[in-house]
Design a protein around this ligand. Structure first.
Ligand SMILES: [Fe+2]
Ligand SMILES: [Fe+2]
Length: 300
């Protein structure tokens, strides 16, 4: 079976957290930069329907599961994802107020995921898509939290939301994968093909929504050209958002891979402690940001 698995933390559903998303958050809340902000805004629009799709695809196999630990993990995974959907809907309501047609984005995604993928593909394959997507969200913490310079000039409320979401994605990162491998016993081919599909389609839709948002914001064609050139460099430059993650991303394709071969990120335990001490996710993420910036926690 799997070798050298690190111990996995408990999946803790955290409910009734208040991120004060109805406050006076600036339209370009990250570095006052339209591209960076709209990149995270585009991600946010995909979460509510996406997470409902993940829950549904895992539920397809629920009747075949007997392991009580896995059944409990699925319950906690569902509760975490339901909270994420709810909070990202609040987040997305801000975007609606800015003139972004979020309902249309959701309708199209609903049609793609539920009207197309779930109708045309086998439950094994849509579970594969779920496990692959969960792998992508699980490395969000590595992407955005472990490198504190990325959120250094972010609105503290939205940063706190992404920190919380990323940490919980990491906590439940093996649930869909365990159902895929142990219960559905999907082939390696299904795992690889579904990951390749996610690797192409997910960034494509994020970029499409990002483009729509920048257009809706009223930037001229020339302004958008400059915004895209700078933004794509931020995403894809060596040491940017994506490049350092490529190894972790494609580790998923190794035969014998398991999500817990990669231990919890260094910021996870401090964040949990800070949240417990303050009871406030914004204060916890602010303190974590200072701690990360101090360099004490950073690992190579
Ligand atoms: Fe989530
Ligand atoms: Fe998730």
């Amino acid at each position: 079976m799997h070798t050298s698995l690190s111990s996995s933390p408990a999946i803790v559903p955290r409910e009734k957290l208040d991120f004060q998303l109805d406050g006076d958050i600036a339209q370009y809340w990250l570095d006052n930069d339209p591209f960076k902000t709209r990149f995270f805004d585009a991600l946010s629009t995909l979460f509510p329907v996406g997470e409902r799709f993940f829950i549904t695809c895992v539920r397809d196999f629920k009747d075949r599961i007997t392991d009580p630990k896995l059944l409990q993990d699925i319950k906690d995974f569902n509760r975490q994802e339901a909270q994420h959907s709810m909070l990202h809907t609040q987040y997305n309501n801000r975007l609606v107020a800015q003139g972004i047609n979020v309902p249309e984005i959701l309708r199209r995604q609903e049609r793609r995921l539920f009207g197309l993928l779930r109708k045309r593909l086998s439950p094994e394959f849509t579970l594969g898509i779920t496990a692959a997507s969960e792998h992508v969200t699980a490395i969000m913490a590595d992407c955005f939290i472990e490198r504190p310079e990325i959120f250094a000039n972010a609105d503290p409320r939205i940063r706190a939301l992404y920190v919380w979401h990323a940490m919980e994605e990491m906590e439940h990162k093996s649930v869909a994968f365990d159902v895929l491998t142990r219960v559905a016993q999907a082939s390696y081919r299904t795992r690889v093909l579904s990951m390749l599909m996610v690797s192409l389609i997910f960034p494509y839709h994020v970029m499409k929504i990002l483009a729509y948002m920048l257009q809706t914001d009223g930037f001229s064609r020339w302004q958008r050209t400059k915004i895209w050139a700078k933004g794509l460099w931020w995403l894809y430059k060596p040491g940017g958002i994506f490049m350092p993650m490529l190894g972790k991303h494609f580790a998923y394709l190794k035969p014998g891979f398991h999500p817990w071969q990669e231990p919890a990120v260094a910021s996870y335990e401090p964040w949990k402690r800070l949240l417990k001490e303050s009871g406030d996710p914004i204060a916890a993420s602010d303190s974590l940001q200072l701690l990360m910036m101090s360099g004490e926690l950073r690992h190579a």
